[in-house]
Design a binder for this molecule. Structure first.
Ligand code: MN
Ligand code: MN
Length: 417
């Protein structure tokens, strides 16, 4: 039978030859597919076996060839490890937009959820608070952020590209785009089920309290109630603010002067630097307010590899900022999955699963590793093997000592050294 996408095409001779070969293949390997040896799996990928004469989504295959045709070492299904913000619908309002990748899009991601938001110059994300802690990084442009502590002191600062902020759950805060073209940023929340559509809003607290109580609470006249926004503002346009110093002067003694809610990640010295790239780790040890979300910003040069490792405490949620790469995740029960990642994609590694990432592009690859923890931790496979006494290592790896010890004897976060 012809493939459905070639119903009107003349069947080429080569296809008839292929059909015969496929039948022969079925009798050789099909019956014992579950018991294939490694040699058979490799052999099965030669010749016509991997051809796909039926319909193909060529655009998708071009972006993610490994998802469709995995390396022979992939096996079983460890669950989804990929999604993309470019598949997440935008909620657009005058002043910008927001969209999110949460547990609803990536079901195993119970620890963290991400929101990507754009605010044009002057536009606000309405004053609000929520049940999750909020970690953020500025991707383009500038914003003014404010957060009030329960003790009545307000922190206010301007953030630019590569700057972070961290707002504890329940603390009311604001984000406003600045000149020239506002901003775009990534928010990460320590609740997989978080939704940007379920936050506590200033407008709704006022609109859903009776006018009589509002009058007693504020001293404003009854007419004021009718002038307040009757429904949420969420994202809206507003005039640009004055200089930051003016806002700080207005706050006076109520200004929180400790710069603890923002952090300059892009300009910090690398935590580790090798020939293959560099990593910057930000957690509660250098950004003390970030008590429940830790981050590593990783740059891998073309051909470089984020070494085989795992995190002993938590799952990993990734945001891919720049370049192209491929990740393999190996979990229990011989389950392994390899996928390709591009700019604006989200990656996920189940708790404690082994993984590695290679730069498969021609420019630097930059991505964020995010964790629901106060302290970043990883275990390096190379370092572990290096610490195994010779007889222990030889018994497990079935290799001579000289080969085993030719591997790096310490952790090298990004190879080559
Ligand atoms: Mn928020
Ligand atoms: Mn990792």
């Amino acid at each position: 039978m012809k493939p459905i996408n070639e119903i009107d095409a003349q069947q080429p001779v080569s296809r008839r030859i292929f059909a015969g070969a496929a039948l022969a293949g079925a009798s050789l390997f099909g019956a014992n597919a579950m018991a294939q040896t490694r040699q058979e799996e490799i052999a099965g990928r030669k010749g016509k076996s991997t051809s796909d004469p039926g319909p193909e989504n060529k655009t998708l295959l071009g972006e993610n060839p490994s998802s469709n045709m995995p390396p022979f070492t992939d096996h079983g299904n460890p669950g989804p490890i990929w999604f993309s913000f470019d598949l997440a619908p935008k909620r657009v309002q005058g002043g910008g937009w927001t969209h999110q990748v949460t547990q609803r899009e990536l079901p195993p991601s119970k620890d963290l959820a991400g929101v990507n938001m754009r605010l044009t110059a002057g536009s606000f994300r309405e004053l609000h608070w929520h049940t999750a802690n909020e970690w953020a990084i500025m991707l383009t442009g500038k914003a003014r952020v404010s957060v009030m502590q329960p003790n009545g002191k307000m922190f206010i600062d301007d953030v630019g590209v590569g700057d972070l902020w961290y707002f504890p759950a329940g603390y009311p805060h604001s984000i406003q785009g600045l000149e020239d073209d506002g901003c775009e940023f990534l928010l990460v929340f320590d609740e997989g089920n978080f939704s940007e559509d379920d936050t506590f809003l200033l407008s709704e607290f006022l609109a859903h309290t009776s006018p009589e109580i509002l009058q007693k609470n504020t001293g404003w006249s009854r007419e004021v109630f009718d002038q307040l926004p009757p429904t949420e503002l969420y994202i809206f346009e507003a005039p640009l603010p004055g200089p930051l110093e003016d806002d700080k002067r207005f706050l006076g003694e109520h200004l929180e002067t400790d710069g603890k809610y923002t952090f300059k990640m892009a300009s910090m010295p690398p935590t580790q630097k090798t020939l293959g790239g560099e990593a910057r780790v930000v957690d509660s040890t250098n950004f003390p307010v970030a008590l429940n979300i830790a981050a590593a910003m990783v740059t891998i040069k073309p051909g470089g590899l984020r070494e085989m490792h795992w995190h002993p405490n938590v799952s990993e949620w990734q945001y891919w900022i720049k370049g192209k790469g491929r990740m393999t995740v190996v979990t229990t029960g011989a389950k392994a999955r390899t996928m390709d990642f591009n700019e604006n994609d989200v990656g996920f590694v189940p708790t404690m699963a082994g993984h590695s990432i290679e730069n498969t592009g021609t420019e630097d690859l930059v991505f964020l590793e995010m964790f629901k923890t106060s302290r970043y931790q990883d275990v390096s496979l190379n370092e572990w093997i290096a610490r195994m006494p010779n007889k222990m290592a030889e018994a497990h790896l079935r290799l001579p000592e000289s080969t085993i010890r030719s591997a790096p004897q310490n952790r090298i976060a990004i190879l080559p050294k």
